[in-house]
Design a protein around this ligand. Structure first.
Ligand code: SF4
Ligand code: SF4
Length: 386
């Protein structure tokens, strides 16, 4: 070994000063079990349209990311979990944004902190250290390495879980050309619990630790830009960007203990309970302001509008009908108009029906016409049953 335990302690202490919740170390080598599970997952098509998952090939060789790397530091940066403060009688319908996305974009925050940690390593070790920060975009099997290093264990909901803390944190890695003593892995501690698997609103878990992303609300609302299959729209509820349900029910996250949060991830007010009608009607400049500096940049404007339309359809709120009716004829995106039609069908009033019937006369996009006809049939079937 090139380093003493004292050096590791100093690196860990610096990581703590930078706001990391926890840090662990593993060798920058092939994972013994490889990334066969990931490759099989991709072969099964569970990644859906996320072609970037398949693009980089195998993810179990850190030398592909930093040639000459000897160690891999894995870090956890905590964001605000816990129960949301929910207004039970909001004047307008509100949406839900996944907790990790309500503050600054974690890619930027994590990169800044990892670079600072790399610089600190040079000072601590007494020579210029070659390092490379990695966030989820690097071709590295993050959870596999984090689990091997003992940062936490891969839980049944597929997330890394830190006993005594839970899952509300983001993962990052720092490759170093320095040999450091590895930390010990820990055993999975889900036991017989299966709360996350049972709570998933869309049945997206194929089995423990295997997720079919094509059924996951996070995938639909963030990664997928097409028409969301109708059978998944009701389970989406009011979620407009991501889903935290399989974390919310986890007993490790339900603990009443006060937990640390990186200040950069403290929620912006407008992302806490976003106004769904505002989101449906958001302008280009409003969208730029809304997503600026946050992970929401991943979802283009028409996608957030589409998600807002679904959430409004699930809201049961009469005040959603007029804004939806205006979007049905005035929104320039067929994908939005189609989901708006569905939403009006779900709200199911005579007024909705009238708006749908008159919009059908002038609509020239076939896919939107199909959605309108389906929404009309939905309302008429409910009326017939009454
Ligand atoms: Fe299911 Fe939501 Fe978890 Fe996706 S994020 S697996 S939809 S509970
Ligand atoms: Fe594991 Fe239960 Fe948490 Fe799921 S809910 S991750 S099974 S402890």
């Amino acid at each position: 070994m090139e380093t003493s335990p004292n050096i590791t302690e100093q690196i860990f202490s610096k990581a703590q000063d930078l706001g990391f919740l926890r840090i662990a170390i593993t060798a920058a080598q092939d994972l013994p079990e490889g990334d066969d599970a990931l490759q099989n997952w991709i072969q099964s098509g569970y990644h859906g349209d996320m072609d970037f998952m398949a693009k980089h090939g195998r993810r179990d060789d850190p030398q592909k990311v930093l040639s000459g790397a000897k160690s891999l530091l894995v870090v956890a940066l905590p964001y605000a979990g816990g129960q949301d403060l929910v207004n039970l009688t909001p004047s307008r319908p509100q949406g839900f944004i996944a907790r990790y996305a309500r503050g600054r974009d974690y890619h930027e925050v994590m990169r800044e902190k990892l670079m600072a940690l790399g610089e600190a390593c040079s000072e601590i070790i007494g020579r210029p250290v070659v390092s490379r920060p990695c966030i989820d975009t690097a071709p590295l099997l993050e959870r596999g390495y984090a689990s091997q290093a003992g940062l936490g264990f891969v839980a049944k909901n597929t997330m890394l879980l830190i006993p005594g803390f839970g899952t509300y944190f983001l993962l990052g890695e720092l490759l170093l050309d320095v040999e450091l003593p590895p930390t010990e892995p820990i055993k999975p501690k889900c036991g017989s619990c299966r709360s996350c698997l049972d709570a998933c609103p869309t049945g997206a878990f194929v089995s423990e630790r295997v997720l079919d992303a094509r059924k996951c609300v996070s995938y639909f609302t963030i990664e997928y830009s097409g028409a969301i299959p109708q059978e998944y729209r009701r389970p989406i509820g009011n979620m407009v960007f991501g889903c935290d349900i399989c974390q919310e029910v986890c007993p490790y996250n339900l603990s009443k203990k006060i937990k640390p949060v990186a200040p950069e991830f403290i929620a912006r007010d407008e992302l806490q309970n976003p106004d769904l009608i505002d989101l449906l009607e958001i302008t280009s400049s409003g969208h730029r302001r809304f997503v600026k500096g946050t992970a929401l940049r991943r979802a283009p404007r028409h996608q957030l509008m589409r998600n807002a339309a679904i959430a409004l359809g699930n809201s049961g709120r009469a005040e959603a009908i007029e804004p939806l009716a205006q979007a049905l004829t005035g929104n320039r995106y067929p994908i939005v108009r189609g989901h708006v039609a569905w939403a009006l069908g779900e709200l199911g009033t005579e007024v909705s029906l009238n708006h749908l019937q008159s919009a059908l006369v002038n609509e020239d996009d076939d896919s939107v016409c199909d959605e309108i006809r389906s929404a009309i049939a939905n309302i008429e079937s409910v009326n017939d049953a009454d």
